[in-house]
Design a binder for this molecule. Structure first.
Ligand code: KG4
Ligand code: ZN
Length: 329
């Protein structure tokens, strides 16, 4: 099957074409809106939707040409329909519905968090569920137990800020550009990670909370006593400690030897390295997507659409805008 994946849930307009016969991506294009949102210090939903609309047709033509296929060769269309910014989701889903109608090809709504998780399978051919999935992005901090049939059972989530949001807000306070995660990672390289200790919230609970760390870091910045490099390094270490602390609680309940870590924050080299080493000692393999597939992309949508199609999960064309859901459930 030739599968088109469409992703417009936040500020990346992306499409990719996946070929199930060769289990490979034939073409892929990611157009980031980061420069448009930079001066606002975060994503502006209205600007995001308008720019998806402007970009979609151009990107569609590019991926079809790059894959050296005809439009009619597409057998299946997958599109992110939840969760995400409602306007942005609408644009992608409307485009996908129009295409599905005109080509008379099936359409599947793909859950963005499921797709992040499955992106690892595209690059680690040996990987299959059951495994535990941790999604750490600008909007989400979610842990799922994924069973053999690809049922996603929610084990934990954040009760306030997402990890990426916390990185972005700390970076903003330090005067670093948006998105803050990569900037903090760079700055932390020259800092002492043991200079400061930030808290682990809800210590006996598997639920995450990051607003306390965020406030503690912001108060520390206001004290003007420490270098930005030391603050960034100590902050990054405290995020790591929070993740492993909660995971250790979860792993007491769920015995698995595979952990999948995805989402924008999983691009962080320090977290990758430390998580891999920490869990290796416990006999658990940690899988990450390549850095390119860590942030939002159409590749993961196309691949997940194929997987879901194999399970016969369809989204009807006559359903209304109700198909688009900003929340995870
Ligand atoms: O998955 P993603 O592209 O979009 C969402 O679905 O949110 O994630 C974006 C988030 C931003 O908060 C960004 O600061 C963070 O991922 N991020 C990082 C790094 N690269 C991106 N956080 C920490 N370290 C990084 N290297
Ligand atoms: Zn994402």
């Amino acid at each position: 099957m030739i599968v088109l994946g469409i992703e417009t849930s936040c500020d990346e307009t992306s499409m990719a074409i996946y070929d199930s016969n060769t289990n490979s991506i034939l073409s892929s294009k990611i157009s980031s809106q980061v420069e448009l949102h930079k001066r606002f210090g975060g994503v502006v939903p209205e600007i995001a939707s308008r720019n998806h609309l402007i970009k979609l047709e151009e990107i569609f033509n590019e991926v079809v040409n790059d894959a050296k296929i005809d439009i009619e060769d597409i057998d299946l269309i997958g599109v992110t329909n939840a969760p995400g910014l409602i306007g942005s989701l609408f644009v992608g889903v409307s485009f996908a519905k129009g295409l599905s109608y005109s080509l008379k090809k099936p359409l599947i709504g793909v859950n963005h968090l499921a797709a992040h998780t499955l992106s690892t399978e595209l690059e680690h051919l040996e990987l299959s569920p059951p495994y535990i999935s941790l999604i750490i992005s600008g909007g989400h901090t979610h842990v799922y137990y994924v069973d053999k049939a690809y049922n996603f059972n929610l084990l934990s989530y954040t009760i306030d800020d997402a990890v990426g949001e916390c990185f972005d807000k700390v970076a903003k306070k330090l005067g670093l550009p948006y998105p803050g995660g990569p900037e903090i990672e760079k700055m932390a390289k020259n800092g002492d990670e043991n200079r400061l200790v930030f808290p682990i919230a809800l210590k006996n609970d598997k639920l995450f909370s990051f607003s306390g760390i965020k406030t503690a870091v912001i108060n520390t910045i206001d004290e003007n006593k420490y270098t930005a490099a030391d603050i960034c390094a100590s902050f990054q270490k405290s995020i790591l400690k929070n993740l492993t602390h909660k995971f250790d609680i979860i792993l007491k309940e769920y015995k698995v030897n595979k952990l999948v870590v995805t989402g924008g924050v999983s691009a962080n080299g320090y977290l990758r390295d430390k998580l891999t080493k920490y869990y290796q000692k416990k006999g658990i393999n940690v899988y990450f997507p390549s850095k390119r597939l860590s942030t939002d992309n159409g590749d993961m949508i196309a691949y997940t659409a194929y997987k879901f199609f194999s399970k016969k999960i369809f989204m009807g064309l006559r359903e209304t805008a109700y198909d688009v859901r900003p929340n995870i459930d």
